[in-house]
Design a protein around this ligand. Structure first.
Ligand SMILES: Cc1ncc(COP(=O)(O)O)c(C=O)c1O
Length: 303
């Protein structure tokens, strides 16, 4: 069971989480016509009187963009100010995850986005490690990532997550921890809720935006850090066979942070992962506000 934060933002006000409930006739529940965000925060290890949120502005902008696909006008500034108040009201004492969601809140049938009421809520939960930081085993999913011509993949559209769910369950039920999905072109795309990186001959490689990936904020952070550390990086299509002969493979995302991959199918990787470890140490230091160079990635909220 999850430990939910006690206060939610629901129908334009802050209410106890247990009072924030929706009807079984809610349109979004039937058609997946919603979009969500996911951010991590921690109480500041140096000063428990404040909380730290990683790249709050980017998360709010992405959710605002996702809302546009649903024809819902919700500015990044408005989302940000609600999230800041949400954190102040909840006074978190351990690491937490914030889940904002926009959705068609109307009651009634017929899939559409016009002439329909929409709403926005925020709730949160305590969240430790989502995947084992020691490393995980992955399978290649038999499900393929959707294409941008079928739905807007630059948004985190709820309905799209049926594919992630099928892939994750298939992986776990066949003895793996996580799934790696190919795109419709048969190129490496991403995992069920994380972007993917490989290292070959000292170069960091990740599929580009044109590969139908989600525009991950952790991915963007990793690329920036790698470039600043002088690690050669390239965004390009990646073949499945390259995965198996990579020197290092890791997944990254808000929930998963940087998670090393130990094995894909029957191909095992070395436990020496110099680039993965370097990036992971750097990212951890930044999220804990111990790295002055990237302070503008960390939003401080007085509690
Ligand atoms: C499908 C998918 N890919 C990648 C990511 C990683 O994105 P981010 O780093 O912004 O959390 C997520 C998580 O939001 C996701 O759901």
């Amino acid at each position: 069971m999850h430990n939910f934060l006690p206060i939610a933002y629901f129908r334009n006000q802050f209410v106890p989480f247990t009072d924030a409930n929706i009807s079984i006739a809610t349109h979004a529940l039937h058609y997946g016509t919603a979009a969500f965000g996911g951010l991590r925060g921690i109480p500041d290890p140096q000063n428990p009187q404040q909380a730290l949120l990683f790249r709050l502005d980017r998360h709010c902008q992405r959710l605002s963009n996702s809302a546009r696909f649903l024809l819902f006008d919700l500015s990044a500034d408005k989302i940000q100010s609600i999230i800041v108040d949400f954190v102040k009201k909840n006074q978190p004492t351990s690491s937490f995850y914030i889940r904002p969601l926009v959705y068609t809140s109307d009651l009634g049938i017929s899939p559409r986005l016009h002439n329909i009421e929409k709403d926005f809520f925020v709730y949160g939960l305590e969240l430790g490690d989502y995947l084992s930081p020691e490393g995980i085993n992955c399978r290649i999913s038999s499900w393929y990532r959707q294409e941008d011509r079928s739905l807007p993949l630059r948004g985190k559209i709820s309905g799209a997550y049926i594919t992630s769910s099928l892939a994750k369950t298939e992986a776990v039920e066949s003895g793996f921890d996580e799934a790696i999905l190919m795109n419709s072109q048969g190129k490496v795309c991403e995992a069920s809720g994380m972007n993917i990186f490989i290292v070959r001959n000292g170069q960091l490689i990740t599929p580009g935006y044109e590969q139908d990936i989600l525009e991950g904020i952790t991915r963007d952070s990793v690329l920036t850090l790698a470039r600043d550390l002088g690690i050669p990086t390239v965004e390009r299509s990646v073949d499945k066979s390259e995965l198996f002969i990579a020197d290092e493979v890791f997944l990254c995302g808000t929930a998963a942070k940087i998670t090393p991959v130990k094995r894909i199918e029957n191909y095992s990787f070395s436990t020496k992962r110099p680039i993965t470890e370097k990036l992971r140490e750097k990212l951890t230091a930044i999220t804990e506000n111990r790295d002055p160079q990237y302070q503008d990635w960390v939003y401080t909220i007085p509690l």
